[in-house]
Ligand binder design. Structure first.
Ligand code: HEM
Length: 413
């Protein structure tokens, strides 16, 4: 196929998963450390091999997470700087480095450890069954992504954060607007992408300012209370730190998990006999869930900022350069995974990079896995057969993307 490095910034590439995977394979094989200079963006390096990304992530003192953290057009970075004083727009854990990052991460870290997440098992199992039971009313055919997959992880995230069910649709809409700002279907009518993002951020600020007031007056047992009242490192959080914390907890966990659920189901439906195999051996649900995350890699990249000259794979990265870590490409690296381009629900060791690696590795990884496992247990209990009923449609976005529509038909047990 006819590729150019700059295609990495083209949202359309992400709407076509077969082409995306061919592009990633081409990058890994022929341009493992590639210079991208797409029009409208500041230049950057793209790193696509598993081992090279880990080499970078092991050295956070050389590769900062902030200030440039994801791929954004220059116009959006400028608008963010103007309105928020910071080019990433949202000042969240993923753009903060060093000691302050550790302090802030420490505020909620315990909450997300496996021993605490296991306490949520019954609650999450109930929610999984509740959402899967929507199939009872959908008459044998539905859009599995829009009718089920998006809603369940959202409810889990909102329950943990402590947001009422009545505000859920608004939160889902804002997440889609935040991550899908390059998708013409999603951008607010009559606005440029930059204006759209600024408006979305302002809506978040208005919403979470109310949450802070409420939790300071009436603390509860939820993550919003930790954020509203926390003093990490014995210091008050700045308004930007607090807002960034709410937004990352509210957004990081549901579109990503939803994309893994929908993509995992699609992979199962595409492999005859595998649903029955999974149903017959429930021990495989764990490895299946992790394979679904590797396979879909909903977070396609994060950036790192070079703070001192460094040679990577024979290429000199200079202080001040920016590096895109292509988690999407690394999860299919043949050098790291046997049969990397096959979905294997019994894959053993699966040290994929879909959750990142190093100090910023996903805080919600145990929760995400538990959610996906619970969902598929519930689904396997419920459906006798489930199969595609039209083409899957993928979000056209270079940062977080995955299936946005998955028509299926099914028969219940
Ligand atoms: C960080 C992916 C689910 C919360 C990350 C990062 C990735 C990622 C790649 C690393 C950022 C970096 O390299 O700078 C995913 C995927 C998920 C998922 C693929 C689902 C399949 C969740 C869930 C939560 C969550 C359920 C829970 C709220 C976070 C937070 C961070 C993070 C707070 C920032 C950690 C830090 O910077 O210290 N995630 N995530 N994620 N994730 Fe997830």
């Amino acid at each position: 196929m006819d590729f150019q490095i700059n295609d990495i910034a083209n949202p359309k590439l992400y709407g076509d998963p077969a082409r995306l995977q061919s592009f990633y394979a081409w990058l890994r094989a022929e341009h493992p450390v590639a210079r991208a200079e797409p029009e409208g963006f500041r230049p950057f390096w793209v790193v696509s091999r598993h081992a090279a990304i880990r080499e970078i992530e092991r050295q956070p003192e050389i590769f900062n997470a902030g200030p440039r953290n994801t791929l954004m057009p220059i116009m959006v970075e400028q608008a963010n700087r103007q309105y928020f004083g910071f080019e990433a727009g949202v000042y969240s854990l993923v753009v903060i480095d060093g000691e302050r990052h550790q302090e802030l991460r420490g505020l909620t870290q315990n909450y997300f450890l496996p021993k605490n997440i296991r306490k949520l098992e019954a609650l999450i199992g109930d929610l999984a069954r509740q959402y899967v039971s929507r199939l009872d009313d959908l008459g044998g055919a539905c859009d599995f992504a829009a009718d089920l997959a998006f809603w369940y992880p959202l409810r889990v995230a909102m329950t943990i954060l402590g947001i009422d069910e009545t505000d859920e649709a608004r939160m889902l809409h804002l997440t889609h607007e935040l991550f899908g700002s390059s998708d013409p279907d999603i951008v607010r009518p009559g606005m440029t992408q930059a204006e759209h993002l600024v408006a979305v951020n302002q809506d978040y600020v208005a919403f979470f300012d109310e949450v802070t007031k409420d939790r300071q007056a009436n603390p509860r047992d939820d993550v919003a209370t930790l954020i509203a009242n926390g003093r990490p490192g014995d210091r008050d959080m700045t308004p930007a730190e607090r807002m960034g914390y709410y937004i990352i907890i509210a957004t990081a966990g549901h579109d990503t998990t939803a994309a893994s659920i929908a993509g995992g189901l699609k992979a199962l439906m595409d492999m005859p006999g595998e649903i029955e195999r999974l149903r017959a051996d429930r021990n495989l649900v764990k490895s299946f869930a992790n394979e679904a995350i590797r396979w879909t890699a909903p977070v396609k990249h994060f950036f790192r900022n070079v703070v001192e000259d460094y040679e990577l794979g024979g290429v000199m990265l200079r202080r001040g350069d920016h590096v895109m870590l292509s988690y999407g490409a690394a999860t299919r690296d043949e050098a790291a995974f046997e049969q990397a381009d096959m979905f294997r629900l019994d894959r053993g060791l699966n040290n994929h990079l879909a959750f990142g690696y190093g100090p910023h590795m996903c805080l919600g990884q145990f929760l995400a896995k538990l959610e996906i496992e619970a969902f598929f247990h519930a689904l396997l209990d419920k459906v006798e057969t489930i199969e595609p009923h039209g083409p899957a449609i993928y979000t056209e976005a270079a940062f977080v993307s995955g299936i946005k529509s998955l028509p299926v038909k099914y028969r219940l047990r």
